[in-house]
Design a protein around this ligand. Structure first.
Ligand code: SF4
Length: 303
């Protein structure tokens, strides 16, 4: 197999993921994020030397013979997958052969300003877009975008996309110490997210060596910031070895907590005592709380 298709890898949030790299040889992105896992590179507005759709489809077919139970076929890149010029054709072909898997794209969201891109993205089963900041100053500092990109237009583009997209929209916020970890940024973010209404919001921080000299924040701080996003379905990316004191909660405590912010199964696993878990199950059995799955992540929500 060449370097166009990789995996399957186990994604905690999406399951078994077979990846397609649309820029396999070099980083080609319209951002140059401080936290990128790839080496810093000048932002660009297109993918040069793009792989052929036929070659990608052939490799996906070969992988499907070898690996069963693929939950998602993930369109990604050493950079930004929506800069791939044959995306529309590729998605059409992948739908024909996906064989029970869902198509997922991981995009930084910048090209959602473009109507044609929105029309292409709406054909994908799960669309995950980044939105790290909602102010231009913060956006420029963290995402280091191509000149001329404005976060206000990107927000408008994502909001327009939400209007035409009926499948699963996930927005991701990556938090960097000293840049987008302030309450004021999260309060502004909350207003934007509340109006866009994504199905899920993933918030996380740096956990691999970043392109530039920046640091992540603690899980405790991540939780504090997540709590500002009241009422929204937030999934926190906990570090693998993270643990917390398991606490006893009453029915009222649990109802208040879930009213404030739907709790993911991970949230519950990390901070609920056995007694609290039994109480939670009672609330589910009584019909006060129900379980909702969004793009592979289970949440407890008020009924
Ligand atoms: S959008 Fe993704 S690939 Fe592009 S610079 Fe940012 S982290 Fe790296």
């Amino acid at each position: 197999m060449s370097n166009l298709v990789f995996g399957p890898i186990t994604s905690r949030r999406f399951g078994q993921s077979l990846g397609i790299d649309l820029s396999p040889n070099t980083k080609q992105c319209n951002f140059d994020c401080v936290y990128c896992e790839l080496k810093g590179a000048k932002p660009v507005d297109t993918i040069l030397n793009p792989p052929l759709v036929e070659d990608i489809v052939d490799e996906v077919k070969q992988a499907q013979i070898k690996y069963k139970d693929i939950d998602v076929i993930t369109l990604t890149a050493n950079g930004e997958p929506t800069l791939y010029p044959y995306l529309k054709k590729l998605i059409k072909e992948l739908h024909i052969i996906k064989n029970g898997s869902k198509l997922l794209i991981l995009s930084n969201g910048a090209t959602s300003t473009c109507r044609d891109t929105r029309d292409i993205l709406k054909e994908i089963d799960i669309v995950k877009l980044s939105l790290d900041c909602v102010t231009q100053k913060c956006f420029k500092k963290i995402d280091r975008p191509l000149k001329g990109l404005h976060v206000e237009s990107i927000i408008e583009g994502i909001a327009e996309f939400r209007k035409i997209y009926t499948k699963e929209l996930v927005l991701e916020v990556l938090v960097v110490e000293g840049i987008n970890d302030k309450e004021s940024e999260f309060e502004a973010l909350k207003d934007v997210l509340t109006s866009i209404k994504p199905d899920r919001i993933d918030i996380g921080t740096i956990d691999r060596p970043p392109a530039y000299n920046v640091k992540g924040i603690s899980v405790e701080r991540l939780k504090e910031l997540a709590n500002i996003l009241t009422g929204l379905p937030v999934s926190i990316a906990y570090k693998k070895d993270y643990s917390e004191i398991k606490r006893d909660f009453t029915k009222d405590d649990i109802l208040n907590m879930i009213d404030k912010r739907p709790q993911s199964f991970d949230d519950v696993k990390i901070s609920f005592s056995d007694h609290s878990i039994s109480t939670l199950k009672e609330l589910v059995n009584e019909g006060n709380i129900h379980v909702k799955t969004v793009a592979g992540v289970k949440f407890y929500k008020l009924s």
